[in-house]
Design a protein. Structure first.
Length: 293
């Protein structure tokens, strides 16, 4: 808001985590709107303030990623957010949702990189639990090994973060790329490894000529904190049309191609012998110590 006040651009766009708009916890969002009203009063501007939580996957990004976007114009014109490429409400179940023609999945984004030779990040998957990853199906997480899953009863139901031992599925969008994941936090590749820099960049729809520099944690943080380039392209085009009357007739440059057919899921490995089911009473005590708020 300081930069906006000093530069007074004709239009602006702000992005932040979707928690900014949580009902009852939206004081940050309220602050931004009040700050903008103050700028309008002091600078004699008429900045509009339009916000919406967008899921990047609804616009062709091969990643489920929800973020708040705030867009405004100096002459007061309200921004109309573009309609999704499809509506989840139009589908009856997850299979239909993920087979929608314009939906992009993880295979579309990184399928051609499967044997590219680029080294994955050199950190051990999952620490003491990493050996379980090959026994978890694509698109599943640690819940596979609970009393409600179909694996071994090794964990209590919902006793860990959703992204704990989370594995990508070829025929679904990726889950959100994390900025600072722990050793057991995914999403992991269906080949039971960490994603490479290029794979994460593809899931964020970065152009292939973008190189993210720095050490492993620095690269992960930069990519995980970024706005998907395709979503920026979609919003940028709409902003140009609504505020500058400039319409683009070209195809979206950063929309991943559809790669078909999608290969079958990888075969599962048996659970290593060292992972023995824990009695319910002991598991409850252990999960209570490991539980996350």
């Amino acid at each position: 808001m300081r930069v906006l006040e000093e530069t007074l651009p004709y239009a602006f766009i702000i992005e932040n985590v979707y928690g900014l708009a949580y009902k009852g916890k939206d004081e940050g969002l309220v602050y931004l709107e009040e700050r903008l009203k103050k700028i309008n009063g002091e600078k004699k501007t008429k900045y509009s303030f339009t916000w919406k939580v967008l899921n990047a996957a609804h616009y062709g990004v091969p990643q489920v990623r929800e973020r708040v976007f705030i867009i405004g114009c100096r002459d007061g014109k309200k921004f109309i957010f573009p309609a999704p490429s499809y509506s989840a409400e139009d589908t009856k179940n997850s299979d239909e949702l993920f087979s929608f023609e314009s939906y992009r999945c993880a295979w579309d984004a990184i399928g051609d990189l499967d044997d590219s030779g680029e080294a994955p990040f050199p950190s051990k998957v999952g620490g003491i639990w990493g050996g379980l990853l090959p026994s978890i199906p694509e698109g599943k997480n640690y819940l596979w090994h609970t009393n409600r899953g179909k694996g071994k009863e090794l964990f209590g139901w919902r006793s860990r973060y959703w992204s704990f031992l989370l594995k990508l599925s070829k025929n679904m969008p990726s889950w959100t790329i994390q900025a600072q994941p722990g050793t057991a936090i995914g999403p992991f590749h269906w080949k039971n490894r960490r994603l490479t820099m290029r794979e994460m960049a593809r899931l964020q729809t970065f152009p292939d000529d973008v190189e993210v520099l720095g050490g492993t944690s620095n690269v992960q943080r930069q990519i995980g904190n970024a706005v998907p380039s395709l979503l920026a392209e979609v919003l940028g085009r709409e902003l140009m049309l609504q505020y500058f009357d400039v319409e683009s007739t070209q195809e979206l440059k950063l929309l991943p191609p559809m790669r078909r057919p999608i290969p079958a899921p990888e075969e599962l490995s048996p659970v290593p012998a060292k992972y023995k089911p824990v009695p319910v009473s002991e598991r409850a005590k252990r999960d209570e110590k490991l539980a996350f708020p």
